[in-house]
Ligand binder design. Structure first.
Ligand SMILES: Nc1ncnc2c1ncn2[C@@H]1O[C@H](COP(=O)(O)OP(=O)(O)OP(=O)(O)O)[C@@H](O)[C@H]1O
Length: 446
């Protein structure tokens, strides 16, 4: 009777087609201890109703005198009705629960609430990884079945992986998403072996997984059995068109103690690396994170931090926390001296412009690794950036030719030759002189 009355009220409130589609199929099962059990056709149906109509159903129920009623959905196909799938209000923030899948709280706790796409500052150094992650969410074909992201520490691998998880779960709460570190995967497997529950372990990843996110695969070095198991999981997921993202601290070819078959499986889609953020991105990161800390920094102070804290973004976060704490002690006043003190504690001495820094910038701009710049390669795609790095280092630092050469494993005569080559090319070719102007501007911002 209660449900019939609630339905009547809903019918007069909702548009006819919406009511017919989403409310009419819900069937009363029982009312017990202030819980109204409703049967719905399937899990997707339950999730959709939960997301879109739970509030109004509860509102109408309370109009009929059942103010503290909880709605519990059970799927028609489930073995024992009523199934206790409590449909709570969708939390306004944070990721959604997967209905009728046993809630693994630790998995959700593992997702950092602020690691979202909105909070991630994009620049040349990470745009490929960021857009690949967005493609993974959108399920377009550009990335392939497996995305491999690598970077050194603190450059946003976890941030982006969590962002994918948040977005996927927000868009489709029914998605069976598993987020684990490679270590957790290994530990789960060992538990499975010890407790004779490998079938459950296998079925979780092989049969009940739509998207798998595995962090820090480099930690599987030498763990043959775990590699085999994960390889089997990846193979199965990839073959069945599921999505996989793996992260590591180095490029696939540089992973040590990793089986070749497993390595090749992980690289079956897009492999992308995140480089240290350039000055423009660092500036935006400082601005964003300062605002989060409720720190009001003027342009000069933002620029000082962005200029002096490079690489690991955690250092920017930790500097801002320290600045905030110190500012409190001195009545909220933040000036350059305070920043200098903090930066020196975090990154050591203030960074001076050096040949090394310029080479890193050039490596980043030309998308050629430092290793390649230092290598013996004579390919034009590498020799040109190498010569440009030497030219810029000579122009903007006091380093000797020999010191510049050392950075790139060359002698002083090679540096001299490179400077001449680049100077001549710049005179003859306006596109090269434009490139040099652009790079010079970037060097000046370092
Ligand atoms: N582009 C960015 N924009 C905003 N925040 C960033 C960016 N890159 C990194 N961060 C922040 O830096 C911190 C470290 O990032 P994260 O943990 O994702 O790095 P990681 O590459 O996974 O590091 P590790 O290899 O040590 O696990 C996080 O707080 C993250 O929010």
């Amino acid at each position: 009777m209660v449900w019939e009355k609630v339905k009547e009220s809903l019918k007069s409130t909702l548009a006819g087609n919406i009511y017919d589609l989403w409310i009419e199929p819900l069937q009363f099962v029982q009312l017990q201890e202030e819980k109204l059990y409703l049967s719905s056709p399937d899990r997707f149906f339950s999730a959709y109703v939960k997301q879109n109509f739970l509030e109004i159903i509860e509102e109408k129920a309370s109009e009929h005198g059942l103010s503290s009623l909880r709605i519990v959905f059970c799927e028609s196909g489930s073995k024992s009705l009523p199934t206790p799938i409590a449909m709570k209000h969708t939390p306004k923030r944070g990721q959604l629960r997967l209905p009728s899948v046993p809630v693994n709280k630790s998995r959700f706790k593992a997702l950092h609430p602020r690691y979202t796409f909105d909070e991630f500052m994009v620049g040349e150094s990470n745009i490929l990884a960021e857009s690949a992650c967005r493609s993974m969410v959108a399920q377009d074909d550009s990335v392939g079945p497996c995305l491999y992201i690598n970077s050194s520490t603190g450059l946003g691998k976890s941030h982006l992986t969590h962002a994918v998880a948040h977005q996927v779960l927000a868009q489709s709460p029914m998605t069976r998403l598993h987020y684990v570190t490679a270590r957790q995967f290994a530990a789960e497997m060992v538990r499975g072996i010890k407790t004779n529950t490998m079938d459950d372990f296998k079925s979780k990843y092989l049969e009940h997984c739509d998207i798998l996110l595995v962090e820090d695969v480099h930690s599987l070095t030498g763990k043959k059995k775990t590699q085999e198991e994960l390889n089997e999981v990846l193979d199965s997921l990839i073959k069945s068109g599921k999505r996989v993202i793996v992260t590591a601290n180095s490029a696939p070819r540089d992973l040590v103690g990793i089986d070749n078959e497993f390595r090749s499986r992980m690289t079956s889609g897009l492999v992308t690396s995140i480089q240290p953020p350039d000055i423009a991105t660092r500036t935006r990161i400082v601005e964003k994170k300062a605002a989060q800390q409720q720190l009001c920094l003027d342009e000069e102070l933002v620029q000082y931090l962005a200029n002096n804290i490079r690489g690991d973004v955690r250092q920017i976060e930790s500097a801002l926390r320290a600045i905030r704490a110190k500012a409190r002690l001195v009545g909220g006043h933040v000036d350059l001296d305070l920043l200098r003190e903090v930066v020196t504690t975090i990154v050591g001495v203030e960074q001076q412009l050096s040949a090394e820094l310029i080479c890193e910038l050039v490596s980043c701009q030309f998308n050629v690794s430092m290793d390649a710049l230092r290598s013996k390669s004579r390919k034009r795609a590498i020799t040109f950036p190498r010569q440009v790095a030497m030219y810029l280092a000579r122009k903007y630092t006091d380093d000797s030719l020999a010191d510049i050469g050392k950075v790139l494993h060359r002698d002083h005569s090679t540096v001299l030759h490179a400077i001449k080559v680049v100077s001549n090319k710049a005179i003859r070719d306006t596109s090269i002189s434009a490139q040099l102007d652009l790079l010079s501007n970037k060097v000046k911002q370092l």
